[in-house]
Design a binder for this molecule. Sequence first.
Ligand SMILES: *Cc1c(COP(=O)(O)O)cnc(C)c1O
Length: 404
Amino acid sequence: MRATCGRSVSRGGFVVDVGGLRADTPGCAGWVFLDSAGASLVPRQVHEAVVAHLELESRVGGYEAQDRAAGLLESTGVEVAGLIGAGAGEVVFFEGASQAWSQALGAVVVEPGQRVLTTTSEYASNGVGLLRWAALRGVRVQVVPDDAEGVLDVAVLEAELERGDVGLVAINHMPTHSGLVNPAEAVGALCRRFGVVYLLDACQSVGQWEVDVERIGCDLLSATGRKFLRGPRGTGFLYVRQGTPLGEPLLVNHIGGEWSGAREYRVREGAAGFASFEHAVAAQIGLGVAAAYARRVGMGWARERIGALAGRLREGLGEMAGVVVHDRGRELSGIVTFSVVGRESGWVVEALRERGVRTGVSRPGDQRWAEPVGGAGGLVRASVHYFNTEEEVERVVGLVRELT
Ligand SMILES: *Cc1c(COP(=O)(O)O)cnc(C)c1O
């Protein structure tokens, strides 16, 4: 199946029209947007839903507006849960993924002396969080090495789990800094076999690929709204599998925890235990619209189209002398990282911006535990989405050629 700008392609009886998707995305016009791994372009449906709620708030106040939007807020829960194959009661909302991830981590029960296994490509913020939490709990963070192809070595992970004393496995599905895809399902199968809690950071994969918590077998999953999911900034969510053996969150409030006496409280079960009172209602409504949009587009189709566009970009860049493509792994995401020999990546990003192409820089500090590539200046990160076109990819290849 191949989708071309403006032409309709069939997806299991539905019609996905890339021209229509672009028409839904005013931010596509006038430049080439290749930064969906940073903060993507929201569809106009998301924008309109957010603005409509802000207008309602300005007319009737935040509480009345929330009462009137109860149905929309409820559908955010349903749509986001539906997108990842979860039950609506298994999802709770935050202002970002790091918040969601940190809260989840804080509730994981470990014994002093246990080990926490993670991966070289873990997000820098998660790394800091793991070290802090490990110090609080008296556990040790152990980074599982990569295999020959650059992804988390599942055989080593299995051997480490076999040694025992593992309290948690916390990895990412796709890192922020390269096209790598970690073997999330294989890790899930191992965690189930050894009965170890599995926390998956799915920031870059939700909205880009099918992410199904049953198939992956994770107990906890965090994601952000603004990246491939195309939701508003300041949104994120946490999935908590029903029945996951967790302790209390590190910090509790009167929504996640209920008063059960003058000096007693009871933390609510599962995801509800992480809820808090205040939230950006308009943004949360927008997140629900983004999730519904993603489900309508179809994540199987999205993955295929993003893969085809990113593949062509890598191919075009890889053919050039003076350009090095750095993505490694058996499967690759829509994040394309490259460097131009003799040029600082920041310079390349700026030069592309002047020519109407938005990319970003992937810095070594984004993933402390990975082998640094591209020197201190990092790599150019060009992340494609399904709304990009073949023509745009060819234009970018041509522009990079001029810069070499
Ligand atoms: C962006 C990102 C995060 C952090 O998400 P926020 O919403 O900014 O907190 C975590 N992990 C990965 C892999 C990311 O790409």
